[in-house]
Design a binder for this molecule. Structure first.
Ligand code: IZC
Ligand code: ZN
Length: 417
């Protein structure tokens, strides 16, 4: 067999090859092959076997995994990738105990990023997005979801969505696009949020026709959008053929988790303060809980999402960085895997489901991403780690050694000097 990719001497190969999304107790069963090897051609995995069997493979592109861990490329299911500026000045306010929603109410937070993003050019936003995408790729991520939401007006929301579309063309990572025009109430609509939502939903048909987004999302939160407003807005989005997502129960428990299930959202995201009823409904639904524990950490809160309970009751869970300039400023999903272990009390087996197969399903790409299998895309990471438990354990640094996207090496760790 001729191959243009051969990875030999794999200590542990996590294939994640199983039907998904993976719910509840099934998140403990990790499909793993010891002492493995794999081969691919033209970007597709063609053979998976034991490391002793590679003599039948002819190739000039052999990579020795040196007995280390090999997994599918990580899937990052929730980012606010496209924005201008930064909000380091808010750190002092946070230290003084000013809550995130109070900063927003005073015109800061999301709204300060909106001001900057409105002023930025398409090229500036694109360059910055590509920079953050590179950093994600260097950390082992091969597919991401990216949201708009820092325009809150037609022109800038379209500018952001077009940046995402252009980034898809220019960057090796796969990107799923989400329209988050309903991310905050802009000052010009302070007293009539329904009119603002009408302006945003008036964009649905154009966004659909121009294929600028796969999902529609809304921030359901105190001082932002109510449950009723969110329900109406998302139902309208579904009428235009969009799948939907919700920023639900991030800070105040409004019943966003229940709403995510009610409207059949592909994912309910955050769920930090989900109610008992919400957890039960989520567990009995096809909605995936996308948990963002880095945000809880970064906002300095103690109450982490009840992800342990969600899985114990039978829900499917994914985890994400929530990469954004305000509430979670990191591209490093490996760090979030550590926080998930320490604060959400998830096991390493559950965590690997949450960053591969379940994350892929949470962005409608379960048929494409999140597993290593014959006839699937070769999106693969070789780690500087002896086993899968090691990544959440050794925290805060980058363990990615080699990142392969569509069969091509896009990142290789360089030594010093
Ligand atoms: O810019 O603060 N929660 N949206 C909802 C965010 C956090 C992003 C931000
Ligand atoms: Zn978010």
């Amino acid at each position: 067999m001729k191959a243009d990719l051969l990875i030999t001497n794999i200590g542990q190969l996590l294939t994640m090859e199983k039907d998904g999304p993976v719910k509840g107790k099934a998140m403990k069963d990790l499909p793993l092959i010891e002492n493995a090897a794999l081969a691919g051609k033209d970007g597709i995995v063609e053979w998976i076997g034991q490391k002793e069997e590679t003599s039948k493979i002819q190739t000039e592109h052999e990579i020795d995994a040196k007995g280390n861990l090999v997994t599918p490329g990580l899937v990052e299911p929730h980012t606010h990738l496209v924005f201008w500026g930064s909000r380091e000045q808010e750190m002092v306010l946070k230290q003084q105990g000013v809550p995130y929603l109070e900063i927003l109410k005073q015109g800061g937070g999301i709204l300060s990023t909106v001001q900057e993003t409105r002023k930025a050019s398409f090229e500036e936003l694109l360059d910055k997005a590509l920079f953050h995408l590179d950093r994600m790729a260097m950390h082992g991520i091969t597919t991401i979801e990216a949201k708009s939401g820092y325009g809150l007006e037609r022109e800038t929301e379209l500018k952001q969505l077009c940046v995402i579309k252009e980034a898809k063309e220019k960057h090796p990572l796969d990107i799923v696009s989400t329209f988050l025009g309903a991310h905050a109430i802009p000052p010009e609509y302070k007293d009539n949020p329904d009119d603002f939502l009408a302006e945003m939903s008036d964009m649905f048909s154009e966004i659909k026709e121009r294929r600028l987004a796969d999902f529609v999302d809304i921030f359901t939160e105190t001082g932002v959008f109510t449950i009723d407003q969110s329900r109406r807005y998302l139902q309208k989005a579904k009428e235009y053929g969009f799948d939907v997502k919700i920023h639900a129960d991030e800070i105040d428990p409004l019943g966003g988790t229940e709403l995510a299930v009610e409207v059949g959202a592909v994912s309910g995201d955050h769920l930090a303060v989900a109610s008992e009823t919400g957890i039960r409904k989520l567990a009995n639904s096809n909605t995936i809980g996308v948990i963002l524990p880095g945000t809880t950490f970064y906002l300095g809160k103690d109450r982490y999402a009840p992800a342990r309970k969600m899985i114990d009751e039978g829900a499917a869970i994914a985890i994400s960085t929530d990469f954004n300039p305000g509430s979670s400023v990191t591209e490093n999903l490996q760090l979030i895997m550590s926080i998930a272990a320490l604060k959400l009390k998830l096991s390493p087996e559950e965590i690997w489901h949450a960053v591969t197969i379940n994350a892929a399903h949470a962005i409608g790409r379960g048929h494409l991403d999140g597993m290593i299998a014959v006839n699937r895309k070769a999106d693969i990471v070789i780690w500087d780690a002896p086993n899968y438990q090691y990544i959440p354990y050794h925290y805060g640094v980058n363990h990615a050694n080699t990142v392969i996207k569509n069969g091509k090496v896009i990142y290789r760790r360089q030594g010093v000097g």
